[in-house]
Design a protein around this ligand. Structure first.
Ligand SMILES: NC(=O)c1ccc[n+]([C@@H]2O[C@H](COP(=O)([O-])OP(=O)(O)OC[C@H]3O[C@@H](n4cnc5c(N)ncnc54)[C@H](OP(=O)(O)O)[C@@H]3O)[C@@H](O)[C@H]2O)c1
Ligand SMILES: *[C@@H]1O[C@H](CO)[C@@H](O)[C@H](O)[C@H]1NC(C)=O
Ligand SMILES: *[C@@H]1O[C@H](CO)[C@@H](O)[C@H](O)[C@H]1NC(C)=O
Length: 315
């Protein structure tokens, strides 16, 4: 990889998410550098973009953010510039821009003087919750995307970004991004977890499954730990055990095991697992978990239409 011609990644809004993503990118770059020093590195290269980020610019409007960014990311020793109230300068110098401010803040940032010029021909990646790609494009280019305008791509990471286990959904763009742009966005979000690419019509279900999902699974985890506490296990151990069991299960599934087969494999005839499973089925847990995802999808779609504080639809 030609490091001398690496890309500049600028983050607009260096809060928790902006720092988590820059940190993931830096950690991945550092890891791949170490791997290159090993004798036989057979990592697949065909999915990686030709050019990777090599320089970073962290923009924010609060001066304190500069200190926070340096504390969190300085130890990676990558070229890192911090700017306060100078988003235009950061964008001018960027090849790829990550928009990570509060959702309502994008008009202030993108509407600033010189911003449209600074964005020309670049890739703007938005992770703003509830802000559509179209809203950003319409704001930047009310008369339609001009020749050489910037491409906007919406990505929905989740809260597990902080431990580099995000499930990030990259919304497919029309017309499609260039091959290199798509590879770059995928690479960046793979550095903080896993990615899928799906069309705009899927985003509400993605919000429910990936955005709300951690809350749903946290509830199940807590309930399992409660059961163990009721049967005499200490709380701290029970919670850690439940979390590790959940992690182990997801590891097997991500490794290719089918959930139904996994379930059958651990259910010995007349055993404790099948006994517990049937209690779950009697409680219609399966139907209710699926229904929770459907409910969250409906609410997400209504929020997207500007309806506030909805209850979802009752079926
Ligand atoms: N947290 C998650 O799990 C998650 C998941 C998916 C998507 N997202 C989205 O990611 C975005 C960032 O979330 P977050 O949790 O990282 O929030 P955050 O910690 O509040 O980060 C936002 C940062 O942007 C700064 N900012 C606001 N206006 C600015 C401006 N005009 N110029 C430069 N910087 C500005 C904020 O400064 P101030 O603090 O001074 O306002 C803050 O440091 C949100 O839009 C959210 O919807 C978050
Ligand atoms: C933005 O940063 C550039 C380069 O550091 C500097 O020349 C310029 O004066 C800054 N602008 C503002 C408004 O601070
Ligand atoms: C939410 O549900 C409650 C109870 O059914 C109802 O009284 C209230 O009007 C609903 N709110 C909205 C915003 O639909």
């Amino acid at each position: 990889m030609a490091e001398s011609q690496g890309l500049t990644l600028t983050v607009l809004g260096s809060g928790t998410m902006g720092i988590a993503i820059m940190g993931g990118v830096m950690a991945t770059l550092a890891e791949s550098r170490m791997r290159e020093n090993l004798p036989s590195s057979s990592a697949p290269k065909d999915t990686a973009p030709e050019q990777l980020p090599a320089k970073f610019i962290a923009c924010d409007m609060r001066i304190e953010a500069e200190e926070t960014v340096k504390k969190a990311l300085g130890h990676y020793n990558f070229p890192l510039t911090t700017l306060t109230n100078n988003n235009t300068e950061g964008t001018k110098k960027a090849d790829i821009i990550l928009l990570a401010c509060k959702p309502q803040g994008f008009k202030d940032i993108l509407g600033a003087e010189g911003m449209r010029d600074a964005l020309k021909g670049k890739l703007l990646v938005s992770i703003l919750a509830g802000v559509t790609q179209k809203q950003i494009e319409d704001f930047l280019y009310p008369d339609g995307l001009p020749e050489g305008g910037c491409r906007v791509v919406r990505v929905m990471p989740n809260t597990a970004s902080f431990v580099r286990e995000s499930m990030s959904v990259i919304q497919t763009s029309t017309p499609p991004l260039s091959d290199q742009q798509h590879k770059l966005v995928t690479w960046i979000f793979n550095s903080i977890g896993r990615t899928v690419s799906l069309p705009p019509a899927s985003m509400d279900a993605c919000t429910a499954l990936c955005g709300s999902g951690p809350a749903f699974f946290a509830l199940m985890l807590e309930a399992a730990a409660d059961g163990a506490v009721a049967m005499g296990l200490p709380r701290a151990e029970a919670q850690m055990m439940a979390a590790q069991v959940m992690r182990g299960t997801t590891g097997l599934v991500l490794n290719g095991e089918h959930p139904a087969i996994l379930k059958d494999k651990v259910s010995t005839p007349g055993g404790c697992t099948i006994g517990g499973l049937l209690v779950l089925e009697e409680g219609t847990v399966r139907g209710n978990i699926a229904k929770a995802v459907r409910e969250a999808t409906v609410v997400a779609s209504q929020l997207g239409q500007g309806v506030q504080n909805v209850n979802g639809t009752r079926r």
